[in-house]
Design a protein around this ligand. Structure first.
Ligand SMILES: Cc1cc2nc3c(=O)[nH]c(=O)nc-3n(C[C@H](O)[C@H](O)[C@H](O)COP(=O)(O)OP(=O)(O)OC[C@H]3O[C@@H](n4cnc5c(N)ncnc54)[C@H](O)[C@@H]3O)c2cc1C
Length: 395
């Protein structure tokens, strides 16, 4: 096996998964990882635990520089990559050019999207993507301050629950009339709202934020209909956008993300992209299972091109709010009459079950309040096994 010199831009779950897979296939590979962050590898969901005060900074970072050294890899911390040269197979940072790579993996992830409304530059306005973001939010919040979380998606809800668990009284602002429309139906959404309200979280539905109010510091928000709300902190959880600058610097094809084929190769030979930044078949990332799967496919093809093909990832989500077990996977609304639906509501125990089936195969599900069933359904969706929809959720 020829030992390859591989450059990885980014140091998230995609980068670390690819690094491990590459070393399994070719233990002699020499890998260099470049990250703009000053920390080693950490898993982003842990930022919620950190915000809630359940873990400290030391327990977030999973792999420091020594972990990379032990793997004969080199981690360049606080190193922003500003360009790639596909001809020279070079990676350019702010102050140096590293050339002679055999393969390059772009795993630059995504960054928070902040709606273009006036006032988002004020003191008291935050996003949550990195450990530094989490540290800034943690330093700013206190039980006496009102916190608005703009966005009723999974991240928004998890941030609100974390703020509530520190004694704060957060309000989730959603521009529609319910939570998680892509993951939940109306019944599950309203059960979830009840549970979250019991934890001290308030909601403003159908509220389209028009402006962040205040001089230099946030003093509140106002809706397009002119409804003002007073508060000191605003956290935008309004989606993400893939980081494509590095690919664009090399004229690599990009659309909504960095365009890749089913080998995770970009339009430039030898340069691959995976994880949140990569767009495959018109779809961009945003979840860890997809980052892991695409990273593995990229790693295989970087070492031995043509040996792995990516066929997509069934989206699944688990809401990580203490005391609430909510799982959703795949299609949760039947797309046509050819699909069947099996449901069971046990409101007394806060349990709700729904599966969408096609020809007795589960293609999507929502499970609230029953972790065991969630695991069972996840396996059934992944295996494509046929099931009896009548007895699926029987007690
Ligand atoms: C708080 C939070 C909780 C989440 N919880 C879940 C969850 O429970 N389940 C789930 O499936 N997903 C969750 N996600 C989403 C998940 O974290 C992402 O899908 C995943 O991190 C994507 O991994 P990635 O490696 O592709 O990108 P990222 O994790 O974004 O890593 C990209 C890295 O590249 C670096 N980088 C970017 N540009 C450059 C450059 N030019 N030069 C050098 N370095 C660069 C960045 O600094 C970053 O370190 C969560 C996200 C957040 C923020």
């Amino acid at each position: 096996m020829i030992s390859l010199h591989i450059g990885i831009v980014g140091n998230g779950v995609t980068a670390v998964t690819a690094l491990r897979e590459i070393l399994k296939l070719d233990p002699e590979s020499k890998i260099e990882v470049f990250t703009s962050e000053p920390y080693g590898y950490y898993i982003r969901p842990k930022l919620i635990e950190f915000l809630a005060g359940r873990i400290d900074e030391q327990s977030i970072v999973q792999f420091g520089s020594d972990w990379y050294s032990r793997k004969n890899a080199l981690l360049h911390l606080s190193t922003q990559v500003v360009g790639i040269d596909p001809k020279e197979m070079a990676i350019q940072t702010q102050d140096q050019i590293y050339d002679g790579f055999d393969r390059i993996l772009i795993s630059t992830g995504s960054r928070p999207f902040v709606p273009p409304i006036p006032g988002t530059d004020k003191i008291g306005m935050f996003v949550l993507r990195t450990l530094n973001d989490a540290k800034s939010i943690k330093a700013a919040i206190s039980p006496s301050k009102k916190v608005f979380i703009v966005g009723g998606g999974i991240l928004g809800i998890e941030i609100a629950a974390a703020v509530a668990s520190t004694g704060g009284a957060p309000t989730v602002i959603s521009n529609i009339d319910r939570l998680l429309p892509a993951q939940l139906d109306e019944i599950a959404s309203s059960l979830l709202v009840d549970l979250l309200q019991q934890m001290g979280i308030s909601f403003e539905f159908n509220y389209l934020c028009a402006e962040i109010l205040g001089q230099e510091e946030v003093t509140g928000v106002i809706s397009t209909e002119g409804k003002p709300l007073d508060g000191e902190i605003v956290i935008a959880a309004t989606g993400v956008r893939p980081n494509m600058d590095v690919a664009k610097s090399a004229d690599i094809a990009c659309d909504r993300g960095i365009t890749v084929d089913s080998h995770m190769q970009t339009s430039a030979d030898g340069i691959f992209a995976a994880g949140d930044c990569a767009e495959w078949n018109g779809i961009c990332g945003g979840i860890i299972p997809r980052a892991v799967e695409t990273a593995k496919v990229a790693a295989h093809n970087m070492i031995d091109f043509g040996t792995r093909v990516y066929n997509g990832t069934i989206p699944s989500n688990i809401l990580k709010v203490a005391g609430i077990d909510l799982f959703s996977i795949g299609e949760v609304t039947p797309p046509s009459k050819e699909f069947d639906v099996a449901t069971r509501l046990d409101a007394d125990r806060g349990r709700y079950y729904k599966a969408v089936l096609k020809d007795n195969v589960i293609v999507g599900a929502i499970i609230l309040g029953d972790r065991k069933m969630a695991l069972r359904i996840q396996k059934l969706v992944r295996s494509g096994e046929t099931v009896d929809d009548q007895s699926l959720f029987s007690q």
